[in-house]
Design a protein around this ligand. Structure first.
Ligand SMILES: C[S@@+](CC[C@H](N)C(=O)[O-])C[C@H]1O[C@@H](n2cnc3c(N)ncnc32)[C@H](O)[C@@H]1O
Ligand code: SF4
Length: 384
């Protein structure tokens, strides 16, 4: 039987000061005047129409992602949260995260974001090396990143993530380690450490930057950085996520545990389970911000609805949970996919034979080897 898992709310803000050449997120150069009021009205209308999908359920976390949500003033973010909490029940103490570009951190804003209800910040630092930042086309330098994080801490934020990327053009192992060192020195609670990937349809894919580290060098960077972060108390809990004890990102954990989320805003994705029908629906919204603004009050805001076919569910579940160091439990697999655990038997045996997964009682955990070859492990669960 399928039992709906915890519910999160994702809110997408699709504009940035300037599009970065490596980025394939749904982010667009901001227009001369940001249509803040129109977008607020669109988000509210979008949410209102999605409510029947989640009647009676409690929201356990909220995430403002982008794009660059910190382009919106605190008052606007507060009004979005008010509109959402007037229509959905928020769990007491729900984690509410907002992504920030360090280049948009105006003095005096952070205390107002905190007062508006945002209790966790995620800064897109990427690197503390000014040469690397320039090659990445970032609008900020390392001094601004440090200043922004300190401003946020002075304003009262005690739950902060820093995004770092490694395997950057012209980056050496020493430089990658130095980035991690400078991040640790700022005492965040969480670090995201992503290997730079050349995503299709980006400027970098069309014209790759020179001096990209070889795969073996990138692997060394990852291993050494993981060890340094672990020394400083940041335990890895997902492919790219590291946290101080008890500071894992509740919102992302819910995704990776195959939880549910409602996605509102241009290009936002959602996944919603229905206990009554046993269906799991993936829904996404129209990507282009102008088209979204025009369509938000109608069905035309929906870019697509795609119920997850029963024979794809095991694969979808593994795609998420096998990213986690903790793996998954078979009991959880059953209630979140609505499938019996026996569905997995043959494939789990194969993965254990390959040394990719270990089983202890009800729990299935990826081995170190399995974590290195996540794509191969997950593809074992593709539908026949
Ligand atoms: C939506 S952005 C975060 C907030 C804000 N837009 C910023 O960049 O400052 C999410 C994060 O994904 C990571 N990211 C984006 N494109 C990437 C790529 N091609 N390879 C690896 N990481 C990437 C970056 O670390 C980025 O901070
Ligand atoms: S990395 Fe962040 S700031 Fe750069 S374009 Fe993507 S979303 Fe915008």
């Amino acid at each position: 039987m399928l039992i709906p898992p915890p519910l999160s709310l994702y809110i997408h803000i699709p504009w940035c000061v300037r599009k970065c050449p490596y980025c394939d997120f749904n982010s667009h150069n901001q227009p001369q005047t940001l249509p803040v009021e129109e977008y607020l009205a669109a988000l509210t209308a979008d949410l209102e129409q999605d409510l029947p999908l989640v009647w009676g359920r409690t929201v356990h976390s909220v995430f403002f992602g982008g794009g660059t949500p910190s382009l919106f003033p605190p008052d606007a973010i507060g009004r979005i949260l008010d509109a959402a909490s007037a229509r959905l029940r928020f769990a007491p103490g729900a984690e509410i995260t907002m992504e920030c570009n360090p280049g948009t951190a105006e003095h005096g804003r952070f205390e107002h974001y905190l007062a508006a209800g945002v209790n966790r910040l995620s800064f897109g630092v990427q690197s503390f090396d000014d040469g690397c930042l320039q090659r990445l086309g970032r609008i900020h330098d390392s001094g601004e990143a440090e200043y922004a994080v300190k401003l946020a801490q002075d304003a009262g934020y005690d739950n902060i993530n820093l995004d770092l990327m490694y395997a950057l053009p012209e980056q050496t192992l020493a430089m990658a380690l130095h980035d991690v060192e400078r991040a640790i020195a700022l005492a965040p609670t969480h670090l995201s450490h992503y290997q730079l990937t050349l995503e299709p349809n980006t400027v970098f894919a069309a014209k790759p930057p020179t001096g990209l580290p070889a795969d073996d060098d990138a692997w060394d960077m990852q291993e050494r950085c993981i060890a340094r972060m672990a020394d400083a108390g940041f335990a890895q809990y997902e492919v790219s996520a590291y946290a101080q004890p008890g500071r894992q990102c509740a919102h992302n954990l819910n995704y990776w545990r195959f939880g549910d989320y409602l996605g509102i805003g241009a290009g936002a994705h959602g996944k919603i389970s229905s206990g009554a029908s046993g269906d799991i629906l993936r829904r996404w919204k129209v990507k282009n911000p102008r088209e979204y603004l025009a369509a938000a009050a109608s069905e035309a805001r929906i870019g697509g609805d795609d119920p997850i076919a029963v024979d794809s569910r095991a694969f979808d579940y593994m795609l998420n949970t096998l990213r986690l160091v903790e793996g998954f439990s078979l009991a959880d697999f059953e209630v979140r996919t609505g499938l019996p655990r026996a569905t997995l038997d043959k494939r789990l045996d194969h993965a254990r034979f390959m040394g990719w997964l270990e089983r202890s009682g009800d729990r299935v955990v990826p081995t170190e080897l399995g974590r290195r070859f996540t794509n191969d492990v997950v593809s074992l669960f593709l539908p026949d």
